[in-house]
Design a protein around this ligand. Structure first.
Ligand code: 5AD
Ligand code: SF4
Length: 488
């Protein structure tokens, strides 16, 4: 019988890509994808630990799976990723959720096949995490890509920065860079396969420190230059950059490149020197501003996006105003604002925090207001202009195409499904707040439909009521059998 898998992914792009690796393992083992837990023979939760609300959502979702497992005891539930990797979490998850079968961490993703086989063979529950791993194992996995025209490519794993609020160095370990030739070979193959955008992934890509075939050191700037060197039309993006490490050489390469996008994600976290210091960010705001100025001078059409934390322990009104100032100065195209969330085991956990939640929420709201002012104004300025757009997907229900500008901003427009995966010129004809609508102004007649695998929308409970009925019938049969047994 055809076995089905469901993967629930939480958190960042790194996790989205690692779910593609988990999907690869499951497909190698005869499973095919489904979109809900009722139909699934195995459910894998690929978890996140960056903020407390991510964890609460995941715990809630594991709880929701309990009823389904009661009706389908043979269904395997596996919990992996950053949350499981945290100290003592694996044993806690096992204790708290007796219906979870496998717990694994970030460092033993490549072992998932073995863990799954052991669970099936022995019927025993498994909780296994490790600190050290052989990265090459993770790099050699079969990847089931479902990110449409985009292909994710890991260039490095881990982080050495230890920002005081951040759990990442504890759950993803120290920085390890992949050899350059492995990355280039992967990019070349992906371009041959027809992917139109390559996104280089790492927690701090600017500190990439690989080696070439002769054992010589390769910097991020050199890697970018080489990734830019293939024939054909394609885009390269990278995330995430660190303001201390984004070098002038890398900015020069981006400025003179053919394929590297001018939309750069450069998390500032705070505009206050006091906060940057206690956050252990290794730069002050004048260094940040000078990187921004250098980017804008060398790449006139550059667009920056950022992450900001409000309400870090001890943040004063003035510190927060400094953050508002850097937002206005940099004129970001997108801003991701977060309220600080205390993470177990990080240095900030122990910091005294006199700021109350009400103030933090007010600051976030103010941040969002200023963000909208900036983004709406920048979007309004785009009206009437024409941009090169990579067409990313077609929404059949609304008969509309979605695409992205070089800056990363999304735009929708009418057009044929065959445009997906092509570069077209789109004129912005309507702007509502920060939402762009446009029309194609270049010739699309020669395009043919291509076959990009897109992510399916998944949920725990099925949208289709039929599966739910089967689940209820199963539960009833199980209950009847149980009643009979206890009567006996
Ligand atoms: N609380 C709130 N936000 C956080 N981030 C990382 N750790 C925390 C935390 N403990 C934010 C940072 C980072 C983004 C991915 O998540 O802004 O850049
Ligand atoms: Fe976390 Fe800082 Fe590393 Fe980014 S650079 S992953 S915020 S510790």
């Amino acid at each position: 019988m055809d076995k089905k898998y469901l993967i629930l992914t939480y958190g960042c792009q790194m996790n989205v890509h690692e779910s593609e690796k988990l999907a690869g393992i499951l497909e190698d083992n005869g499973y095919s994808v489904c979109d809900n837990a009722v139909d699934a023979d195995i459910v894998v939760l690929n978890t996140c630990a960056i903020r407390e609300n991510a964890e609460q959502k995941i715990f809630g979702n594991i709880g929701e799976l309990k009823n389904i497992k009661l009706a389908k005891p043979e269904m395997i539930i596996a919990v992996g990723g950053c949350m499981s990797q945290q100290k003592n979490y694996a044993s806690e998850i096992v204790k708290k959720f007796p219906f979870v079968d496998i717990v694994f961490g970030t460092h033993n993703l490549a072992d998932f096949e073995r863990l799954l086989k052991t669970r099936i063979k022995t019927g025993k529950r498994i909780a296994e995490t490790t600190e050290d791993e052989t990265i090459a194992l993770r790099d050699n996995l079969n990847i089931s890509r479902t990110s449409g025209v985009n292909a994710w490519v890991n260039i490095m794993y881990g982080c050495n920065n230890f920002c005081t609020y951040c759990i990442v160095p504890y759950v993803r370990g120290r920085e390890v860079s992949r050899p350059e030739k492995d990355i280039l070979r992967e990019v070349e193959r992906l371009l041959k396969e027809g992917y139109k955008q390559i996104t280089l992934l790492g927690q701090n890509v600017n500190s990439y420190a690989g080696v070439d075939e002769n054992g010589n050191k390769v910097s991020f700037a050199k890697l970018l230059k080489d990734v830019d060197g293939f024939d054909g039309k394609y885009r390269v993006r990278f995330m995430t950059s660190h303001p201390r490490d984004l070098s002038s050489e890398a900015i020069d390469v981006i400025a003179s490149s053919k394929h590297i996008c001018h939309g750069i994600h450069l998390p500032v976290q705070s505009g206050s020197n006091n906060m940057l210091k206690v956050m252990n960010r290794h730069y002050d705001i004048s260094r940040y501003n000078s990187v921004v100025d250098e980017i804008k001078a060398k790449i006139p059409d550059a667009e920056l996006t950022t992450d900001i934390i409000v309400g870090f322990p001890g943040e004063t009104d003035q510190d927060f105003e400094d953050t508002i100032s850097v937002m206005k100065r940099t004129e970001y195209l997108q801003i991701f604002g977060f309220i600080y969330s205390k993470r177990k085991g990080t240095p900030a956990e122990k910091m005294v925090d006199p700021v109350d939640m009400k103030t933090k929420k007010e600051r976030l709201n103010r941040l969002l207001e200023v963000k909208n002012e900036i983004i709406d104004r920048k979007s309004a300025e785009m009206l009437g202009k024409t941009y090169e757009v990579l067409v990313e997907s077609y929404d059949a229900k609304n008969d509309i195409l979605y695409g992205s500008l070089d800056s990363g901003k999304t735009i929708t427009f009418k057009g044929n499904k065959a445009c997906v995966g092509e570069f077209v010129d789109v004129k912005v004809t309507n702007v509502k707040k920060s939402v762009l609508v446009g029309e194609i102004v270049s010739d699309t007649s020669a395009f043919v439909e291509k076959n990009f695998k897109t992510p399916i929308e998944v949920s725990i409970l099925p949208k289709d009521q039929k599966s739910l009925k089967i689940l209820r019938d199963n539960k009833k049969t199980a209950k009847d059998a149980n009643d009979k047994k206890s009567k006996k």
